[in-house]
Design a protein around this ligand. Sequence first.
Ligand code: DON
Length: 311
Amino acid sequence: MQQLQQLIQEAQPFYKNGHVATYIPALSEVDPKLLAVSLIDGNGHIFQEGDTQQFFTLQSISKVISFIFVCATYGTEHVLQYVDVEPTGDPFNSIIRLESHQPGKPFNPMINAGAITISSMLPGGTVDEKVHNLQSFIAKMVGVHCEVSDEVFTSEWETAYRNRAIAYYLKANGYLQGDVEVALEAYLKQCALLVDVQQLATIALVIANDGYHPLTKEQLFDAKIAKMAKALMLTCGMYNASGKFAAFVGLPAKSGVSGGILCLAMDAQIEELQGTIGIGIFGPAIDEVGNSVAGMKFLEQLSRQYQLSIF
Ligand code: DON
């Protein structure tokens, strides 16, 4: 796997074009130079390289998982009454369309307005129940309950003015279900779930396989939901850089401000890895949109070298 190692080495210096997220105080202390990559295929072949022992918070990557879980619980038709599946081209925490576009329905579950709505729908009456149920769903994919980073959660909870404004606005328009503070706390706790790159790659592998876990041989959610999640990842997963990512990489992916990227390839051949491949990346220096700079560079080169683009 020398070629993969080389791609990672070439991508790593691009961290200099980004900065670690500073709007969440706890994230600003991370070493921007870190880069970790994990690839896993349906036969369990794994390639890992870099700082793979590092744990980091899911942040916005959690949005694709909570969407899948809520759809698996209530059915997509019910969920789509509360959130649409249209890209916006706006920043992830944008408020503008909630008022300018009537009736204020969130455009998609990958931006904060849609994701907070989805968190309000997580099964469970309390924050603990909601987060626990999501952890159990993730555990079916990765084998363990991922912990919530109290440090990251507290750090964000104390500065969540914008998300709080979005959440109350959603409540006023009838989209957010139940108590606003419960939904917001559940949302920020799901963002603060800790994972490593191999766990991220495994989650990606299950989505790539249309909800079937090839390693545990269990169907965890409907293929219809997985296909919708992949379409959302492709059109909205990299925020207002999703168009460029589709053009230059051409794979469904979801990023988070901690520097994680969950990405997947279908019907690929990357050295010994074959078929559907889950990819997990951690590179904490992000660009102005919120995407890992070294991670994106790695994916761009990987896609080019192994002709992975779905187009
Ligand atoms: O809502 C927030 O601000 C974060 N907890 C999640 C944002 C995020 O990861 C957006 N990223 N690219």
